[in-house]
Design a protein around this ligand. Structure first.
Ligand code: GLY
Length: 385
């Protein structure tokens, strides 16, 4: 069976499972599953959430993204209805400015922008443009970077100068906004940020930092932080995935060659670390006897490799990237995908952060990027990033 045929067959399995899960979770903004396998709900008014992890939680666009992918595949209007309900639940976050962050890209590209791309809906387009304006407003001109988070009430941490590798995916929202409005400012900010990340995040060996801190007044690079990885200076695998996928998309969106070269540099580094099992650890530098893995990082990396393969002219390299993306996602499908009724999520063994108490949980964005990787393999992706 060739890779495309395999991916189409796998997508069939996801459709059968997700039809049941969608019916069950119509009015939820899910992030993870509980011990019984049921999705939680970040829009649950009876639960106390902090200002940034209730309806403003950064992953809240991914369930809508899954529903839009199901709609694109099946054209079943039920999925359109469910996805619009997600957008309705997300809408109040625009009135909670303090709890918003640069992840408006992750929140609104797979939800409102996907809606607009698939249906042409005007309200969805305006929602996407509002989100893009908020993201552009986080740009620090002195340091030429997009600020990641706000300082939360009660916290003494000063994050005014913090930028993170994950934002390489968020800037796709800016490229889209420039295309829609014919106003180059959004893309100019996206590229200014990407240029800074190339200089300040990517190390000589091709690995990249998770967090870099700049002086918010002068813009000077101060230091890096280990973030969700194993240690300061280590290579958090999902961060490497954001780097490969983010720079590949930045190249596709802008045509700037150095972004392609940067995506390839990070990818080449990853190739020296990925072993024959294609199981992706939480961090490429975690101790060799540590068995923590991150299937979510695996799915993001797979999307990065598959996209990079399509953009790479050197046939030898392109084949190697395509094969790596396929192998990673195949190992997830064969060993980490749960198609049963026992759990709402498909992808198992995800880890949010190396130093979290819990590992090997489910995370809705793992399922999202799993579907995206299968869509990339089957040729049915519709280009959100
Ligand atoms: N901080 C985004 C992520 O967990 O990948």
């Amino acid at each position: 069976m060739d890779q495309t045929t395999w991916a189409i067959a796998e997508l069939e399995k996801t459709t059968i499972k997700l039809r049941r899960v969608a019916v069950k979770n119509e009015w939820k903004l899910p992030y993870t599953t509980d011990a019984q396998g049921n999705y939680d709900n970040r829009a649950d008014q009876t639960v106390h959430y902090e200002i940034d992890n209730g309806i403003n939680w950064w992953t809240n666009g991914f369930w809508a993204g899954i529903l839009w992918r199901l709609y694109a595949r099946t054209k079943d209007p039920q999925y359109l209805d469910y996805a619009r309900k997600q957008e309705q639940m997300l809408a109040p976050c625009f009135t909670q400015y303090e709890g918003l962050h640069h992840d408006v890209g992750f929140m609104f590209l797979p939800s409102a922008v996907a809606d607009y791309l698939l249906t042409g809906d005007h309200h969805a387009k305006v929602t996407g443009l509002h989100a893009a304006s908020l993201l552009a407003g986080r740009f620090n001109p002195a340091g030429s970077f997009i600020r990641a988070w706000n300082d939360l009430p009660g916290s003494t941490q000063d994050t005014r100068g913090w930028a993170i590798i994950d934002c390489m995916l968020n800037i796709s929202l800016l490229f889209w906004a420039s295309r829609e409005t014919k106003d180059p400012r959004f893309a100019q900010i996206a590229m200014a940020h990407a240029d800074t990340v190339m200089q300040a995040f990517v190390r000589a060996d091709g690995s990249c930092c998770h967090i870099v801190e700049f002086d918010p007044e002068s813009g000077k690079r101060l230091k890096s932080h280990g973030g969700q990885g194993f240690a300061h200076g280590s290579a958090w695998t999902r961060g490497q995935g954001w780097g490969v996928y983010g720079f590949a998309n930045a190249y596709r969106n802008s045509g700037k060659k150095s972004y392609l070269e940067t995506a390839q540099k990070i990818a080449e580094y990853c190739l020296t670390k990925i072993d024959a099992s294609y199981v992706i650890p939480i961090d490429f530098d975690q101790p060799s006897d540590c068995t923590f893995e991150d299937s979510c990082g695996a799915c993001v990396l797979a999307c990065g490799f598959l996209t990079l393969a399509k953009l790479t002219k050197d046939q030898h390299k392109a084949t190697c990237y395509a094969e790596t993306g396929y192998r990673i996602i195949r190992q997830i499908a064969e060993h980490r995908a749960d198609y049963s009724d026992h759990c709402d999520a498909i992808v198992q063994n995800c880890s949010a952060s190396f130093h979290n108490k819990e590992h090997h949980v489910t995370m809705v964005y793992a399922d999202y990027y799993y579907l995206e990787a299968l869509d990339l393999l089957s040729g049915s992706d519709f280009g959100i990033w």
